[in-house]
Design a binder for this molecule. Structure first.
Ligand SMILES: CC(=O)N[C@H]1[C@@H](OP(=O)(O)OP(=O)(O)OC[C@H]2O[C@@H](n3ccc(=O)[nH]c3=O)[C@H](O)[C@@H]2O)O[C@H](CO)[C@@H](O)[C@@H]1O
Ligand SMILES: C=C(OP(=O)(O)O)C(=O)O
Length: 418
């Protein structure tokens, strides 16, 4: 298993190319199963989650032609097979193949994903949305078994909360349904809007994605399509924090301000400067960091996927900050590891009180999930001495060449292969 070795104390300076968004890529790869015509995805990030999702569609008979940062997925010979527990367990987003398989083939069997390190993460809203569209769904031996012998029928779906995955499931299924579907209380994330743009390129007629109310015309005539994936706002936010924590300046090439308003607002409240440049965003800090409180919220609120990284930043701020996690009940696996580096953090339920300013010292730490791991990398950049981070495969799930990108900006970071 690879490890990362980081020696802290370097100020980061330079440009970082922000890759395509993992969380936009995953549902779009699943969406390729909706249509028998090829889908070409460009700006595809080179991360293991994307490779795994391409593996999942291959398991269903898709032919995938890869080039650097692109893939053409031809599902003309695809079939609906069982998606096993082993596959779903590795990556929860695999559950996104349920709707396309059901919509195209009339039946699907996908193992229930179960909980993961950050929370229980049920899929009841995905199931309810498909049932509303007319699917018969049962849970049998740990799998979701869905069928719709006479095809899906458009309807009104009211989500009990704006789940990203359930909105995507509903949108994909509704595109194939007979008649119009309205999704209310939809997730407004840019990745949802990007999936709609991809589906529209494939022939669907979807309006309102990116707002609470999405209208899907149904009865799609699919055709071959090409779609360019949006830049990863979570990767961009992570590097923005890397610039902030080291008191450096980074140009985040391709980063989009319009996807990052809550993040930029919070960083500015801590004394960080962010401004648009010719190629993306520029992030810089030359003042002491101020503490700021934050509550994670559905988009456009502050993303849960940046909570751990922001906590690392607040460990270095003057004063105390409160971080409230409202999306995932157990997303604080980074706290004990940050404390091993010397951070002063008190956890109470879903709130963390961070008393900033403690001197951080390098130590061996354990990566536990994707964003927890990267928060340790960020903290290690300012630790006195050497930090080694184990289980780097968590990072490789969603960060393309993290060590190389940081090294190019001046970080003292090295990957140690086992
Ligand atoms: C691949 C992908 O895009 N992953 C992102 C997606 O995950 P994901 O799509 O799984 O997240 P959701 O928006 O669905 O989850 C939000 C909340 O709703 C709950 N819930 C969700 C579905 C359901 O059927 N029942 C239910 O109770 C979840 O447990 C969680 O508490 O959005 C999350 C919230 O922004 C991000 O952290 C993940 O990085
Ligand atoms: C939680 C994440 O991903 P997933 O939903 O795939 O677990 C993430 O990207 O931070």
């Amino acid at each position: 298993m690879d490890r990362l070795r980081i020696v802290g104390g370097q100020r980061l300076e330079g440009a970082v190319t922000i890759s395509g968004a993992k969380n936009a890529a995953l549902p779009q790869i699943a969406a390729a199963l909706l249509s028998p015509y090829p889908l070409e995805l460009t700006n595809l990030p080179d991360v293991t989650d994307v490779e795994n999702m391409l593996g999942v569609v291959r398991l269903h008979g898709a032919e995938v032609t890869r080039s650097a940062h692109a893939a053409t997925i031809d599902t003309s010979a695809a079939v609906s097979k069982e998606t096993s527990y082993d596959t779903v367990r590795k990556m929860r987003a695999t559950v996104l193949v349920l709707a396309p398989l059901l919509a195209r083939f009339g039946h699907a069997r996908v193992s229930l994903p179960g909980g993961c390190a950050i929370g229980a993460r049920p899929v009841d809203m995905h199931v309810a949305a498909l049932a509303a569209l007319g699917a018969r769904i049962a849970i049998e031996n740990g799998s979701i078994v869905a069928s719709v012998p006479n095809g899906l029928t458009g309807t009104r779906i009211v989500l009990s909360s704006p789940s990203v995955g359930a909105t995507e499931t509903a949108m994909m299924a509704a595109a194939t349904a007979r008649g119009e579907t309205e999704i209310l209380n939809a997730a407004r994330d840019p990745e949802v809007a990007d999936l709609a743009a991809c589906l529209n390129a494939m022939g669907a007629r979807i309006e309102g994605a990116g707002t609470h109310r999405i209208l899907i015309a149904g009865d799609t005539n699919w055709h071959a399509a090409r779609h360019d994936i949006i830049p990863d706002r979570i990767e961009a936010g992570t590097y923005a924090i890397a610039a902030a924590i080291t008191g450096g300046q980074l140009e985040l090439t391709h980063a989009r301000l319009e996807h990052m308003a809550s993040v930029v607002q919070l960083l500015e409240a801590t004394g960080v400067s962010v401004w648009p440049g010719d190629r993306g965003l520029i992030v810089s800090r030359d003042r002491p960091l101020k503490a700021a409180d934050v509550t994670t919220e559905p988009y456009p609120g502050f993303p849960t996927d940046l909570q751990a990284q922001f906590m690392a930043l607040m460990c270095c701020a003057e004063g105390a900050s409160l971080l409230r996690e409202t999306i995932f009940e157990n997303r604080f696996m980074h706290v004990p590891e940050l404390m091993r580096l010397g951070a002063n953090i008190k956890l109470q339920g879903t709130t963390a009180l961070v008393r900033g300013g403690a001197k951080l010292h390098g130590a061996p730490v354990m990566a536990t999930d994707l964003r927890a791991s990267v928060s340790l990398v960020l903290a290690a950049l300012v630790c006195e001495g050497e930090t080694t981070i184990n289980r780097v495969y968590h990072l490789d799930r969603g960060y393309e060449q993290l060590d190389r990108k940081l090294r190019l900006c001046g970080a003292d970071i090295e990957r140690l292969s086992a």
